[in-house]
Design a protein around this ligand. Structure first.
Ligand code: AMP
Length: 399
């Protein structure tokens, strides 16, 4: 387990926190935050630091400015939001994230003051994990905190380099990061059994490492969504014009053989909701079994499969879910994804929603608050589920 801010003494110190304030802005003016969840989720860490005698420097990226200053990606709107939210504190904005001006502002901070730095990615050195850039950031503070799980899989200056850039600087996790490590890590490394993983989404190619890593840990692996059809084809079923990655038929076979040699259950849909085109208004049918006729494509798992999946969930103690069961963006093919979200919400299983589209499916189903943990990081959550060490977490001190 990694140390967190509550494990160290921050009284009287300057604490620099890497947060994920990469919030969506309105398309017309780029000045209004349309969803403040990411800022709000960092509040426990921010408030803890401010109420424990430290001064606070916040740094983040926003969008993809390609290493150059661009007003479109300024963190100014985030500053306005923060200043309002932290109205009891002195909240300041720095027009850059490095340089003399920022150093002066950082130096003058008093306990309880907040300084938000301008977008880190206005400098290409951030994504290059440049040593000098890391040092300039590190020199602004005494303690480094990483609370940005969503970028922890990238070795950037503010997520990796900074932690080793200044001798003696402590590097610890914030509370949001702690929660991600606890739930994603624990669920996979030390799950309450039976442990079921539901892996869906479009392509098997993007989730092979997840499937292989989880197979070792789970009791049951449910493969759904577009990627199920490569598995079904490898098993000899006809799949019509469903999504299929022919280059991965052998991989699918190997994963199925591995599952059976390990005595694990690998569940594939036994019926499908199919359409004659990739369109919500297509002609729609439900198949009797896993086979799909020519000219039709699998768009969602069918009712028999949905019943099976619910049965497996109800016998599980831990569920990790990544990727929708069908083309859930289209109303006619969203049923099983939303029903699974609602069903998980009703059971008292430990439920970890591992990033990406399953998070938006859970949000859309209105059951987000019923899940044990919803990861804030798409790519980072996937890499965690692949069993990789994330550079932004590795550099933090162990307990
Ligand atoms: P991923 O980013 O890999 O989790 O994939 C999410 C995408 O998978 C969503 O946009 C879904 O529409 C898509 N998806 C799920 N089921 C299917 C399917 N049966 N055919 C095509 N795409 C699918």
């Amino acid at each position: 387990m990694k140390k967190t801010i509550s494990d160290i003494d921050i009284n009287g110190k300057k604490v620099i926190v890497r947060v994920d304030f990469n919030v969506p802005l309105d398309k017309e003016t780029n000045t209004k935050i349309t969803d403040s969840t990411r800022i709000d989720s960092a509040m426990p860490t921010i408030e803890y630091i401010l109420s424990n005698g430290a001064s606070l420097i916040l740094m983040s990226h926003l969008g993809r400015p390609d290493g150059k200053p661009n007003p479109k990606y300024s963190l100014k709107p985030v500053y306005e939001y923060l200043a309002n939210k932290l109205s009891n504190y002195n909240v300041l904005f720095a027009n850059d994230c490095i340089g003399d001006e920022v150093s002066k502002q950082a130096k003058n901070l008093k306990s309880g003051d907040v300084l938000l730095l301008e977008n880190l990615r206005f400098h290409k050195e951030e994504e290059e994990n440049d040593a000098n850039f890391s040092k300039e950031l590190a020199n602004l503070a005494d303690v480094y905190v990483n609370d940005a799980f969503g970028t922890a899989h990238r070795a950037h200056a503010s997520t990796a380099g900074i932690a080793k850039a200044k001798a003696g600087m402590q590097a610890v996790a914030g509370f949001l990061m702690e929660k991600e490590i606890k739930y994603l890590g624990e669920a996979v490394a030390n799950p309450q059994k039976p442990f079921t993983a539901i892996i869906g989404g479009a392509k098997i190619s993007s989730k092979i490492s997840v499937l292989i890593n989880l197979l070792d840990k789970v009791d049951t692996l449910i493969v759904v969504g577009g990627m199920a059809y490569t598995f079904l084809k490898a098993k000899g079923f006809s799949i019509g014009s469903s999504l299929c990655e022919d280059d991965f038929l052998d991989t699918a076979k190997e994963i199925m053989e591995k599952a059976s040699s390990m005595g694990k259950m690998l569940y594939l849909p036994i019926d499908n909701v199919i359409a004659d085109k990739f369109d919500n208004n297509a002609n729609i049918k439900t198949t009797e079994d896993a086979n799909i006729p020519d000219g039709w494509m699998g768009m969602d798992v069918g009712p028999k499969s949905l019943t099976d999946i619910k049965n497996i969930i109800s016998k599980s103690k831990t569920i990790v879910w990544n990727g929708p069961l069908g083309v859930f963006e289209m109303e006619n093919f969203a049923k099983s994804t939303f029903e699974v979200a609602k069903f998980i919400a009703q059971t008292d299983v430990v439920s970890v929603i591992g990033g990406g589209d399953s998070v938006s499916a859970v949000n859309k189903s209105g059951v987000a608050d019923k899940m044990t943990h919803i990861s804030t990081g798409g790519g980072a959550a996937l890499e965690f589920l692949e069993g990789k060490d994330l550079p932004g977490i590795e550099v933090l001190e162990d307990k």
